[in-house]
Design a protein around this ligand. Sequence first.
Ligand code: TRP
Length: 364
Amino acid sequence: MSKIILTGDRPTGRLHIGHYVGSLRRRVELQNSGEYDKTYIMIADAQALTDNIDDPEKVRQNVIEVALDYLACGLDPAKSTLFIQSQISELCELTFYYMDLVTVSRLQRNPTVKNEIQLRNFEASIPVGFFTYPISQAADITFCKATTVPVGEDQLPMIEQTKEIVHKFNSIYAPDDPVLVDPQALIPEDDACKRLPGTDGKAKMSKSLGNCIYLADTADEVRTKVMSMYTDPLHLQVSDPGHLEGNTVFTYLEAFAKDEHFERYLPEYANLDELKAHYTKGGLGDVKVKKLLNNILQEELEPIRNRRAEFAKDIPEIYNILKKGSETAREAAGQTLSEVKRAMKIDYFEDMELIKAQSEKYSK
Ligand code: TRP
């Protein structure tokens, strides 16, 4: 069986380093590993509209921002199909048929949906499109028969929902010869990468909280954000013992630091463990740790920022890449949709057997 990757992001803002350690970095590695037959990367504009009904311009503007972030990180259109969700109308058809396989109560129990409903104060007036987006996400994942879905941990309930749809579809409509493929989520192993907190120590990076470091931030912006990061409120003097738990600077180091960085920037310590030991013992100031983090982030982000600027010089070409990618994705979606329709017995005009059997019935 082919090994196929699909994943994507909602274009509601530029991508930040939480996206990077949570999924983007991994996608580029997977793309370059040579182990996958195909890689699809989707800009989920239709999904973004489910909770940005009033702001289509925001979604429209951010499609190109996300595309630039992708290319800057090293997603390569020669190896990966980059496309825009709304351009694949087959996804709507798949979603419509999958709706028959999911109950309202099952959607209500989806932890991600529950959480987002609270977050957006939808409580009393949940748009149906928003409520059912896990079903549309199942269409996203299955149209290309994805086997592997690299995502952040918060997306696990979506993959679970997709698996249920796949199993139900195959068992009802295609018991002998399964049509849909069961996908596996691929989430970061490292806890720090699973959920990178905001620079203010809040649980999540979010544009509205203003606590993100963006891939497109300038070197100065990154430095300013790092130097004002939340650390340990009890660590008032250098000599005080510091705490690592909830200390954002150390969480970021966990996600980004490698031993070689210490050689380059802080050779008194062999690795992060030694730095942590000194910090918890007391005698190590926050500024020194922040400077280390800044050096590491600058090293990682500079090439990304430069590539981004390079790609941004030819915006028509970026739209062209997305257009071509969308055409490729549509072909795959068309193929899967026709298999789905055949399995569901709604392929009337392609089924010569049916036409023959019906004419025989009436010619007797
Ligand atoms: N729900 C994802 C997010 O909010 C975006 C997304 C849409 C997605 N369709 C997908 C991710 C399919 C993986 C697979 O980031």
